[in-house]
Design a protein around this ligand. Structure first.
Ligand SMILES: [Cu+2]
Length: 112
């Protein structure tokens, strides 16, 4: 193989390595599944700016309602089987999550 063929491959690797270094603190996403009428896990701790991806592997519809640290509630809508609802958490505090269809379904999210 000629040197002219090898050089572009090295240049591409260097570009990829630089991209990874340039964004070291990308927001993370934590997965919470709704299964057997439970949030799993039922308590998580994330950093401000991170998101939670709520999945639904029950063959029924659930709901995601977030109770904020100040007591106000945000209804994030109905979560159907195999559909995800992604909720970003910008501010620190303790959030309670429940499903308004199944009152026994509850979890807590601590945002640092
Ligand atoms: Cu539910």
């Amino acid at each position: 193989m000629s040197r002219a063929f090898i050089a572009p491959r090295f240049a591409l690797s260097a570009t990829v390595a630089f991209s990874l270094l340039a964004f070291p603190a990308a927001a993370a996403e934590t997965k919470v599944d709704q299964h057997d009428l439970k949030f799993t896990p039922d308590a998580i701790t994330i950093n401000a700016g991170d998101s939670v991806r709520f999945t639904d592997t029950d063959h029924i519809t659930h709901n995601i309602t977030i109770v904020n640290p100040d007591g106000t509630a945000d209804d994030k809508g109905m979560d159907k089987y195999n559909e995800d609802i992604v909720v970003p958490f910008a501010k620190a505090g303790t959030y309670q999550v429940h499903c308004k269809i199944h009152p026994m379904m509850k979890m807590a999210i601590t945002v640092k």
